[in-house]
Write a protein that binds this ligand. Structure first.
Ligand SMILES: *Cc1c(COP(=O)(O)O)cnc(C)c1O
Length: 376
């Protein structure tokens, strides 16, 4: 009998359930024979405005750097981030998206036999990164769809090496106030790394920002992860960063690829970071768009969760069916059955016209999905 290489891969790799991304616009256009320009994608929590003009200018200028390898140490971007957060550049690790930071943390801390703690309905990458290291995931039941931090601290075992906390969380949009997170940090043993994933931090109202990087001096086990993919509108470039104790950063830097962040991404991120006005405008647009979506859901009598991010979870009965009907109307949203939420859809806040397209298509999609359910 021939044993294939694939069959001999570790069982913990073979049993991984692959990540399911939002459906690309071009793919739906091909499948339905639709014009891509008429498709609305509210499925991956991207900034509907894209990046600002300063970023586009920086990208054009960066084209001259293409023949050379990028700066593997990310000098300019680390300098800008270190000024922003009042930490030394040695506290910063750059990633190919913040997903890279999550993976690097798992790589640095987890081995087979270890465990990682995360919440039910939390971001899908935590179980993926855990399983890819052969470690065991401890999923802690959610409370009101959000993280139950007391239960998570209590779930830490002697073999736990990482706890993942998403604030705000994707896909639920739930948010933990700063004092609750700080209390949690005091409750978790200093020997356990806490990855605080703040991918949506820039969408919080200024008074809600925990400024978590200030906690690192007191809690050297804390890794704060941020991204340029969401509010900064740079999802396609893949750039994120982590702020952490220099000793922890040293570990993540040992396991990362030497050139994990490309030259365009570094140049764009420096420019994006210098344009706070653009982020403020994006936050305001998001606030208005959330209100628009929520008003529409209320008018249809649909339950939704209070969101602190640029998306909202809405209960539609059969998420997969309504998702499918919306696709046929050229509107892509995100079914969240793989998050244990089969009755819900996650809708990214788009431009006002895009939100209106969804709200226009929704009543018929709901009716069709209901009609498609055989009645006993
Ligand atoms: C989108 C997202 C990320 C990662 O995005 P990157 O594009 O890899 O930076 C991380 N965490 C959460 C909770 C997210 O929703």
């Amino acid at each position: 009998m021939i044993t294939t290489a694939a069959a001999l891969a570790p069982e913990y790799i073979r049993s991984i359930a692959p990540y399911v991304p939002g459906k690309p616009v071009e793919e739906l256009a091909r499948e339905l024979g639709l014009d891509a320009a008429h498709i609305v994608k509210l499925a991956s929590n991207e900034n509907p405005r894209g990046p600002g003009p300063r970023v586009l200018a920086a990208l054009t200028a960066a084209a001259t750097e293409l023949p050379r390898y990028p700066d593997g140490n990310g000098f300019a971007l680390k300098a800008a981030l270190s000024a922003r957060f009042a930490v030394s550049p040695e506290h910063i690790v750059l990633g190919n998206g913040s997903n890279d930071i999550l993976e690097l943390a798992a790589q640095a801390f987890l081995r087979p036999g270890d465990s990682a703690v995360y919440a039910q309905h939390a971001f899908a990458v935590y179980p993926l990164a855990t399983q890819a290291r052969g470690a065991r995931g401890i999923e802690v039941p959610a409370r009101d769809f959000g993280h139950d931090l007391d239960a998570m601290a209590a779930a830490v075992t002697p073999d736990t090496r990482i706890v993942f906390v998403a604030n705000p969380n994707n896909p639920t949009g739930t948010w933990l106030p700063p004092d609750a997170v700080e209390r949690f940090l005091r409750a978790v043993p200093a020997s356990v790394a806490v990855v605080l994933d703040e991918a949506y931090n820039e969408y919080l109202e200024p008074g809600q920002n925990a400024h978590a990087t200030r906690w690192i001096a007191r809690h050297p086990n804390l890794i704060v992860s941020r991204t340029f993919s969401k509010a900064y509108g740079l999802a396609g470039l893949r750039i994120g960063y982590g702020v952490m104790d220099p000793a922890v950063a040293g570990l993540l830097n040992r396991v990362r690829q030497p050139f994990n962040v490309n030259a365009f991404a570094q140049a764009a991120a420096v420019a994006a970071l210098a344009d706070d006005t653009y982020v403020d405008e994006s936050r305001a647009l998001n606030r208005a768009g959330l209100a628009q979506l929520v008003a529409g859901f209320d008018a249809l009598g649909l339950r939704h969760l209070p969101s602190h991010a640029n998306f909202v979870l809405v209960e539609v009965g059969n998420g997969a069916k309504v998702f499918d009907r919306l696709l046929r109307a050229g509107v892509i949203v995100r079914p969240v059955g793989n998050y244990g939420l089969p009755a819900w859809l996650r809708v990214t806040v788009g431009l006002p016209s895009e939100n209106a397209r969804l709200l226009d298509a929704l009543p018929e999609a709901l009716a069709e999905a209901r009609a498609a359910v055989p009645v006993a």
